[in-house]
Design a protein around this ligand. Sequence first.
Ligand SMILES: Nc1ncnc2c1ncn2[C@@H]1O[C@H](COP(=O)(O)OP(=O)(O)OP(=O)(O)O)[C@@H](O)[C@H]1O
Ligand SMILES: [Mg+2]
Length: 240
Amino acid sequence: MKIAVSGKGGAGKTSIACGLAISYSEKLDVLAVDADASLNLATTLGVENPKPLSQIKEIAKERARLSNGLVRMNPQVEGLIDEYSKKVSETLRLLVMGTVTGAGSGCLCPENAILRSLLSKLVLKRNEVVVIDLEAGFEPMTRGTIRNIDAILVVCEPSKNSVSVSQRILKLAKELGVEKAHVIANKIEGEKDLEFIKESLPVFHSLPTDPDFALKSRIAPYPKTTEFHRKIRELAGKLS
Ligand SMILES: Nc1ncnc2c1ncn2[C@@H]1O[C@H](COP(=O)(O)OP(=O)(O)OP(=O)(O)O)[C@@H](O)[C@H]1O
Ligand SMILES: [Mg+2]
């Protein structure tokens, strides 16, 4: 199963991707993919100094970029995962796609080409799961990054902007033919918050605002002994 986590900036994508990766890794082999340039998933998983694919210039060049400067759409990905992912636990590995290294160096095109290719070529065994933490907003959808996934989660906070970004992501997911697109309501403090989102979007699962989770997240990697994680495990069960 390949799951991508999307949504507006700050909605809770990384927390949810991390929680799902940890939950699934209790029983299955999991590859967590940090597709956000800010490397938050690595930090949240407690992985220090990850080796992002984008810094492996030769790889990006050799496997994705043609000599005329164009980006090859289907770079070789065999071996990339074993070679460049970092072991987090016996059943959990992390692959970090890339960072923008300097102002103006902007485009993550080769990394996105690799990610697209990786996702399309990755043939999973039944007991394997891929969880991808996407960049904020609907950009990743326009690059076709998520074309080859089974489910996209659209994380939505009870705010007007978050709802509107979620609506656009859902529309693009439909256009791309993603089979399952599920709205996850996050940072819900009461019925009113949930109702606000439900007025505009179908909600698949709801996660509460958890001050304990927020506090513990500040000082350590993803905190498992929280109400937030209990609800994430519920979500993992619903998705599988
Ligand atoms: N349900 C929740 N309860 C309390 N705090 C939360 C909850 N969900 C997320 N947070 C906190 O909100 C902040 C943003 O969460 P997170 O980094 O997961 O969002 P994001 O969507 O990945 O953000 P970005 O767009 O910057 O990548 C973090 O400090 C996180 O600890
Ligand atoms: Mg994030």
